[in-house]
Every structure is written in C-alpha cells, then in structure tokens.
Design a binder for this molecule. Structure first.
Ligand SMILES: Nc1ncnc2c1ncn2[C@@H]1O[C@H](COP(=O)(O)OP(=O)(O)O)[C@@H](O)[C@H]1O
Ligand SMILES: [Mg+2]
Length: 409
C-alpha cells in the first residue's frame, strides 16, 4: 500500500549498496560461499536499522539461493517452525542439477523474539533443524544476550554488526536527496545522521519526514527531531500520533513506539472522538481504525506480513483531517478495562484467563478480553450458579478472585 516510503524505495539491491559494517559483510559472504569448513548456521546480530535483514536478502540472491524467510516472533512455535523449515531443509529436489538456483537458504529473522515469555519450543526446534540438515541457515537478531538463545549461539558463527558510521549515513542521505530533487543544507543532513545514532532506517525516515518538494531542507528544520528516544511511551505516542501531518510522520511515530499494538489500537479508539469533532471525519477515521483492527485479527500468529496494513490503516486514521488539529487532553490509559492492568503479573493472569475463554468459546484472546471478560466479571460478581461456569472455563480460584475484583471504570 505505501511503497512511497523511502526506506523501501531505497532499500539496497546489491551487497555493495549495503553501506558500512564491511567486516561483517565480508564474513557473511565468505560463509555463504562456504570458503572454509565452518558451522552450518550463522547469526547476524547488532542494533536495528543497520542492514542485517537487507544484507541476508541481497547476498542470498546474489549467490543464487532461494531464500525461505520466517520473520517476527510469534511464528516461532515448534509447530510453525517445523511446518516451514522442515520442507525447506529436507528436499534437495532438482535444484542440485540446476545452475540457476543453488538451493534453499532458511532465514529466520528476529530470532530474539523466540525467547519471549512463552517458550513454545522454538529454540529447540531450530537447534534440531541445524543439527539435521545441510541447508544453510541464517538468523538475525538485535539482542543475543538472552539466556534462552545460549544453546543456539553455540551452533552458530556469530557475526556482529555495529552502528553505521555517521559519514556513511550522510552520504546515503545525500544520494537520496539528489534522486528526489531535494535541495539541502549540508548541516541538516549531518544533524539527521548524528541524531539517528547509526540507525540508517531512522535516518532515512527522518529525512523523508522533514523534506518537502520545492523547499530547501535547512538545519533549522532538524530542530523538530529532538533527541531520538526509542522508548516512546503511550502518552507521547498518542500525542504525536494525533498531531501528525502526513502518513510518513504518523508511520514514523508508530514505528518508534514501544507500545503494544493492541493497546495502541484501543487507546487510539478511545481518543478518536476528541481528535475529530466533525462527525463525517470521525466516521472516516473510525473506518480506518476498524480496518486496522481487522488486519490485526488476521495477523494472528503467523501472518506477520499483514502487520504493515495494521500500521498503514492506523497511520491513515491519524491524518483524516490534518488541518483541524488542536491539542487536546488525552485519555491515557484507555477507559476500558484491560489496560488498567499494566503490571506484568496481572496481565499474565488476564492473558491466561483469555486463553481459557478462547479455547472454550472459539474466540481470539483479543475478543475474549474485549467482549467476554466484562460479562464474565458481572456473572461472577452476582454469584448465581457460577460453579458450572468456573468448572467449564477451568478457572483457578485465584483467577476467579481476580475477575470478581476487577475494577472496570
Ligand atoms: N547498511 C545499510 N545500507 C543502506 N541502507 C540501509 C542500511 N541499513 C539499513 N538501511 C535502510 O534501512 C532499511 C531497513 O534496514 P534493515 O535491513 O531492515 O535493518 P535491520 O535488519 O538491521 O534492522 C532498509 O530498507 C534500508 O532502506
Ligand atoms: Mg531486521
């Protein structure tokens, strides 16, 4: 939908286009070429936005591998991994006889995601595959100092990426400006590059957010950047989101936010009527929000490629009527029940209850949270014939107490 994002438009297409991290690049290419006997799996790690994902894809293509990619954390249950990875790693097929394709290359991106709260056997599944296959396996991650990844790290060649050097980022911003016909003050590019802290993706996003056709990008413009803070809270996310002037800006805000997608959808919904006072605009914004929610539902546990539509629609909802923006008082956290429970143990408790509801009522956890919990709470509070219900949902006494005590408003 939104391929006018410069990070996509200017995504490198050859190994040479990937700037910086020369040593890491060389090591990876040597590993791909299989120059010396080495481990079957490789793990690229380091900060976000330096080109790890891109390098695997372009180098894989240049060396004529068929890349079979799995990304995002939730596909990492043992079942999901085996469904994709086992066929990818077990058939040699006719590829051996083809000069065009060398064979499969399994790429598991963002493997730090597997080591989340629920370990559903993902790490072990990967280890088994590495031990039993000849297919090259590439993984990438930001953070590998996670206990659960330890056994996996032992089986991999580890290749470290660092922040991309500022002068290289400046050069790449310059090239983009030239191609987009943007005139600029050198200091502006310098500021954007420094502010990015070596994250090429953010630098390009910021450049796009700040530049306008037919106007020179000045150092003054970059003052709007502020200091990059990757840990953007709910309050700041909402504040900036509702003030966004275009989709690029809205997309940037959403991508830097650390707020969970579901919480974000809910909070945006709660604040929408304050943002748009014109009913027609409000309806339009809700329409985008509901599309976003529909995609969120379809993402489920495997279709992570749909996540971009969740965010695209959410970004559209922010800019239905940019002219009408006036600062307003935000409702945070949302008025509804769930997000009152920010604390971890309570949230885990709630998630468990939602899973149980989901199993019995054939509904998603999200729906269980939104539609079932309020009624369940009322029923339990009224204490009429609740024992059958409790038994049917297999609720523990602790869960019952939690639900009865739930304050909703
Ligand atoms: N080293 C780089 N050279 C050129 N562009 C880069 C580089 N690193 C990141 N980018 C830009 O940022 C985008 C995201 O990069 P990506 O490979 O996903 O980073 P990572 O996987 O390290 O987080 C790319 O589409 C590209 O536009
Ligand atoms: Mg990546």
């Amino acid at each position: 939908m939104k391929n006018d994002l410069w990070v996509e438009k200017y995504r490198p297409t050859t190994i040479a286009d990937v700037i910086g991290n020369e040593e890491a690049k060389t090591l990876f290419v040597e590993w791909l070429e299989n120059k010396r006997p080495t481990k079957k799996a490789v793990l690229l790690y380091g900060p976000a936005g330096v080109g790890k994902t891109t390098l695997v894809n372009v180098a894989g293509n240049e060396y004529k591998f068929r890349i079979i990619e799995m990304n995002a954390s939730d596909t990492r249950s043992e079942k999901a991994i085996n469904r994709v990875a086992t066929p990818a790693t077990s058939f040699t097929g006719l590829d051996k006889f083809s000069s065009e394709i060398k064979g499969n290359l399994l790429f598991l991106d963002e493997v730090d995601g597997i080591a989340g709260n629920e370990d559903r056997g993902g790490v072990n599944a990967i280890i088994k595959i590495i031990e039993n296959t000849h297919t090259p396996i590439v993984m990438a991650a930001n953070d590998i100092d996670i206990e659960k990844l330890r056994p996996l790290k032992k089986l991999c060649v580890l290749i470290k990426f660092q922040q991309t050097r500022i002068p290289l980022i400046i050069m790449s911003l310059k090239r983009i400006c030239e191609q987009e016909n943007i005139t600029y003050e050198f200091e502006a590019l310098e500021k954007i590059a420094i502010n990015s802290q070596g994250d090429v993706r953010s630098a390009i996003n910021d450049l796009q957010g700040l530049s306008e056709e037919g106007r020179t990008l000045t150092e003054q413009d970059t003052l709007a950047l502020g200091h990059r803070n990757k840990d953007i809270s709910m309050y700041d996310t909402l504040k900036n989101y509702f003030a966004a002037k275009n989709t690029v800006e809205a997309t940037n805000i959403l991508s830097y936010s650390t707020v969970e997608c579901d919480d974000l959808l809910m909070s945006i919904g709660d604040n929408m009527s304050k943002r748009y006072t014109d009913p027609t605009k409000l309806a339009e914004a809700y329409n985008y929000l509901s599309l976003s929610d529909v995609f969120r539902g379809r993402v489920g546990t495997e279709n992570w490629h749909l996540l971009k539509y969740v965010y695209n629609n959410l970004a559209q909802a922010a800019i239905v009527d940019p002219e009408s923006y006036k600062p307003f008082e935000l409702v945070t956290p949302p008025i509804r029940v769930i997000t009152l429970f920010w604390t971890k143990p309570k949230r885990t408790l709630l998630t468990n209850i939602c899973t149980k509801i989901g199993t019995q009522c054939h509904t998603s956890k999200h729906e269980a949270k939104m539609l079932f919990i309020p009624y369940l709470r009322l029923m339990l509070q009224q204490k009429k014939n609740t024992s059958t219900l409790i038994k049917w949902l297999k609720l523990t006494p602790e869960e019952v107490t939690f639900l009865t005590g739930l304050k909703m408003f």
